[in-house]
Design a protein around this ligand. Sequence first.
Ligand code: FES
Length: 454
Amino acid sequence: DGTPLSDLVRVPTREVQMRALSDPEIYQLEMDRVFGKTWLLLGHESEVPNSGDFVVRDMGSDSVIVARAKDGNIHVSLNVCPHRGMRISTVDAGNTQIHKCIYHGWAFKPSGEFIGAPVEKECMHGKMMPKEDLGLPQARVTLYGGIIFATWDLEGPSFEEFLGDAKWYFDTLFERSDKGLEVLGPPQRFIVRANWKAAGEQSAADGYHTLTLHRWLGEVGNYSKSGEGGSADLSPEMYGVEVSSPHGHALRCIDLGRKIRKLTGLDPAELTVDQKLEALPPPGMTHEMLPQLRKRLSEEQLEVMVSMPPQVGGIFPNVLFAFVYIPQADGSVLGLTLLHAYVPKGPDQLEFVNWVLAEKDAPQELKDKMLMQSIQLFGTSGMVEQDDSDTWPHMTLAAKGARGRRSTLKYQAVYETGAPAGWPGPGIVNEGFTKDDTQWHWWLYWNELMNAKA
Ligand code: FES
């Protein structure tokens, strides 16, 4: 509507023009400049354990086949037939060594290589293009803690470079155990009539909304017992350390000392790192698994894990992770480990994909509990996400108004308090109550990508 792209994110005043949340032209540009350039979450290798196993997922507006080939490697192939553009796999998941297009029957391996076409010998008279030119376009793939990420940017930054300083913290979640994580059941999926960025920027560690939108957490059920003095005020639960990243990743590290004190009656200041780990193991880990942490993480990473562990945050552009401690009726704590992806499905629609994770080493009984509570809280009918998915459509609709689309979102309540004394981790670190800083950095990276020279 005449506003230059460079004016959508107003850096000097820390504002974002609302039309960014619904404009179809901006959405189209995002597909190239954001989803065509960054590393995207597609699933977990435990979803495709055997040769020929595949799932169909999306990289922005492109459907892709994520398949394990005979050599054991995972390939991500564009799910588009090079003959006439038909979608090759029309199902969500399965097992096959031959992906056959239903239109004219061209066939492809799980690696994306072209196998052949019907009546090739009888009718084509050797006129077909060489087989190596007819394979499916391949994305660049990496596994991180078994999680599958892929990008169309074949020459761009490595996944490690993309994570940058945030990797130091993410390793404490995704690379902390010998056997790694696995997915419990197929991911849950549901459609929300909202622009992906309404959810995406919230994933950049917005704990602020919890106090109001999820206030019921402090008023009913087990959570009501978790606040200091059993009050409905959840704000003490949100104090901690925020980590922002120049690549838009974010972490909300929350004080664990309160929980240790409340649950064990012990004074965390008097405990060693090992004693704190024993008192309250990280979400999804058993006491027996704790030596693996020592083996895989540095002393500094362990120090953060037992004092201010990352519990919620995001991987740019559209991933939220949660490694949270859920109070139980018997006074114990159950850890839940989750990944969400907010997959764009048009300017006004996203698909919410929810993976429930557990450590492979964890006992089955614990995995069953984790799955049940994750679904109850965070799944398709989960209580928490029902709150969130009520706000995002309103924001998207508001961004269409003749006046509303020219309004700006405000990201000015920034602490910039700096890191607490002796904080051992890297990144842009601010101590205090969660508010605007991490989300502002999310928008800054979005802005950088959207205005980058091709
Ligand atoms: Fe796939 Fe023709 S479009 S074989």
